[in-house]
Design a protein around this ligand. Structure first.
Ligand code: NAP
Length: 252
């Protein structure tokens, strides 16, 4: 068995995932840099330096997910950490459409089911597909953990509060995909509790990335830190938690 712990970060070729991969290498992990475009994954791995290895992985493509799991099995025989970070917020705004207009177009009464399915395919079904493929590898590790990168926008409790300023943008597309991700995080944590494999959801906060047209206010370092903090919690760390930076609990 390799001495260094082995981590897989999905969607690690840019944004928060790339920063998480950098931070994990600094903490002594061998990091598999998941990227749906192998060339971009290789560029990211080169930028990170020794300890980072590009891995082609499109979470919506069954063959890609299976091939990634087979490669990890062949090269490492186990996985100590799985960070499910890959996500999309939409399938591409129409030319000239503002964020406000897009937001109105995703209200439940008018939302495109095709748009919703496409986002959920990545953010929800993709996460479950990667979980199923990687679980045998996580089970082969003496201590393993899963961190699902969610968002506070998926919190039903927060969005049910009439005083919450941003509840008008709670939509069946991105926001509810994170609500569903939270739900399957709880299901995974319950399933794996008897085996001691920890599963948590984290929220990075509003971070300046491609996902929001670089409108976010947090830096990549700030966006990555809760996922990394939770990833480094040892065998005794909690499971089934939903937190933001400093372990602050977010209501489901
Ligand atoms: P980002 O810069 O757009 O990065 C998203 C990553 O996911 C990219 O590497 C992207 O690959 C990848 N991805 C998308 N679809 C994929 C697929 N089918 N298979 C594999 N990879 C795929 O966005 P980010 O802000 O860093 O987002 C990272 C995570 O943080 C997401 O889960 C997001 O929901 C969450 N989050 C972000 C914020 C924020 O303010 N930024 C707030 C709360 C939660 P490509 O480069 O090929 O597109």
């Amino acid at each position: 068995m390799p001495d260094k712990p082995v981590a897989l970060v999905t969607g690690a070729n840019q944004g928060i995932g790339l920063q998480i991969a950098k931070d994990l290498v600094t903490h002594g992990f061998t990091v598999l840099v998941g990227s749906r475009d192998l060339g971009r994954g290789e560029a990211a791995a080169k930028e990170i330096g020794p300890g980072a290895i590009a891995l082609q992985l499109d979470v919506t493509d069954h063959a890609s997910v299976a091939a990634a799991a087979a490669r990890i099995q062949g090269e490492f025989g186990r996985l100590d950490l799985l960070i499910q970070n890959a996500a999309i917020s939409n399938t591409g705004l129409q030319p000239g459409m503002s964020i406000e207009e897009y937001s109105k177009s995703t209200r439940p009464s008018v939302v495109s089911l095709a748009e919703m399915r496409a986002v959920w395919d990545t953010n929800v079904f993709g996460v479950l597909a990667v979980y199923q493929a990687m679980l045998p590898l996580l089970r082969a590790s003496p201590v393993s953990r899963i961190v699902n990168v969610s968002s506070g926008v998926g919190s039903l409790t927060i969005n049910s509060d009439p005083a919450f300023h941003y509840r008008a943008i709670f939509s069946p597309v991105y926001s509810a995909s994170k609500t569903a991700l939270n739900a399957i995080t709880v299901a995974m944590a319950i399933e794996l509790e008897p085996e001691g494999i920890k599963v948590s959801a984290v929220s990075p906060g509003y971070t300046k990335t491609n996902l929001n047209g670089y409108q976010g206010t947090e830096t990549l370092e700030e966006g990555a830190r809760e996922a990394v903090r939770v990833a480094l919690l040892g065998r005794d760390g909690p499971t089934g938690a939903f937190t933001r930076w400093q372990g602050e609990t977010i209501p489901w």
